[in-house]
Ligand binder design. Sequence first.
Ligand SMILES: Cc1ncc(C[n+]2csc(CCOP(=O)(O)OP(=O)(O)O)c2C)c(N)n1
Ligand code: SF4
Length: 484
Amino acid sequence: MATKAYIKSESFYPVYERKSGLQDVTHYCPGCGHGVLHKLIAEALEDFGVRDRTILISPVGCSVFAYYYFRVGNIQSAHGRAPAVATGIKRVYPHSIVLSYQGDGDLAAIGANNILQAANRGENITVFFVNNAIYGMTGGQMAPTTLIGQKTTTTPYGRKEKNEGMPMRVSELISVLDAPVYVERTAITDAQHIMKTRAAVRKAIRNQIDNKGFSLIEVLSACPSGWKITPVQAKHWIEEVMYKNFPLGVFKDKSGELEVKASERNVFSAANLETALEIPQEQLINSQMPVVDQQYKNPRLIMAGFGGQGILMLGVALAQAGMQAGYQVSWIPSYGPEMRGGTANCHVNLSEHRVGSPLISKPTVLVAMNLPSLEKFEESVIPGGLIIYDKSLINESPTRSDVTVMAIPATEMADQLGNTRVANMIILGAYVAFSGIMSIQAVKESLPLIIKRKNLIPLNETAIDKGIEFVRQMQKQGRSGEKD
Ligand SMILES: Cc1ncc(C[n+]2csc(CCOP(=O)(O)OP(=O)(O)O)c2C)c(N)n1
Ligand code: SF4
């Protein structure tokens, strides 16, 4: 007897390692439509065997973190600009499958001209337009698709035609252009509608594989958080109110009339990319690099604390000094809606080779300057890694026994220097001295490049020296800061 197995699509990561916590669930709210649409897209990519050549573009909106989930090429674009980015990618890599995934705030407000122009040019891309009639990510402001009478934080008495105009019907608008091939509006309120959306998603992707041209699927999707109602009420509201204003159906479909065409060759291949983009051959800028213990080579650091501790600056200082010392470096601050009430953190790579991704999910070094940061990132550190934490502010020791732990009373030491804010520089000095990753000279030489108020440079240098001194004392006494 045939059996059916319902398993997660291979087009999703099995575990969402790019997410900083709760790595087996998405960040979407209960009842949100994004997850359902994600599943339908992932399933189609797998069934069509195009996962390896798919590039998903997620601009700003709740789905900005689509790259946490989709195991495809991912690009994040500026707000509303996904169709322009998609155009560029598709033209350079015609063989790729380019998906633009946009919310109504993104596509119909700030990006309205972008989508109209891409549709009018008939770019061979697939656009998924999630219409939840509100700005979800920013807490529920009015979108162009907000309905008359609908209350949002920016229309607290309900949208009025006289004041804010009528809701924009995107599918109708796009379908009157000559170039688009396929435009359909669907919903995902129940099994029947999900199956219809599934078919539409597949057709829109298939059109691109067959090189037929521009397809857009508008999906009416619930945002219980933005609408401030329960998921069940949200489902009813879509059925009772949204359907009337946004009728479901196919608005345009020329795909049956068009021939299936083979893809053109990609303009760039991975092999000629470096030459084409004139990227110089990989080489170390400085041949006088210090010899670093294998354990501390090519570090991937997560530095975390609360706002005001100079965490981001600590990362910048290290990256700048690393660059000065001849490393390939990256620095990226990390903040977003799922970080609310949590930590300010940044990711820093110092590498002898080109840095593939600035994002770090498995750090070799964690610098934690408050307890939530230690709790949040401790588990992600690789076995054999290093955890440095500010003992003045964190009373609990890390629980890991397979990493090296260095506890520094950095805030106390900074207070003794007369300025709490240089605790970050004490940590910087300690880390550089402990790992031997670069010369102290490189660190100090980079300070004028990042500190605008020159009179503060001597204090920062002193703090770096204090961090070094702390490590030297610790090493002399053959102890770690932890056992202090
Ligand atoms: C240039 C710019 N302007 C404004 C914002 C603020 N912003 C973030 S998300 C968003 C709207 C998101 O709404 P939508 O596209 O409908 O996506 P949803 O969150 O509902 O899925 C706005 C206006 C921004 N991040 N960048
Ligand atoms: S705010 Fe709305 S769109 Fe964003 S995740 Fe929550 S339910 Fe979904």
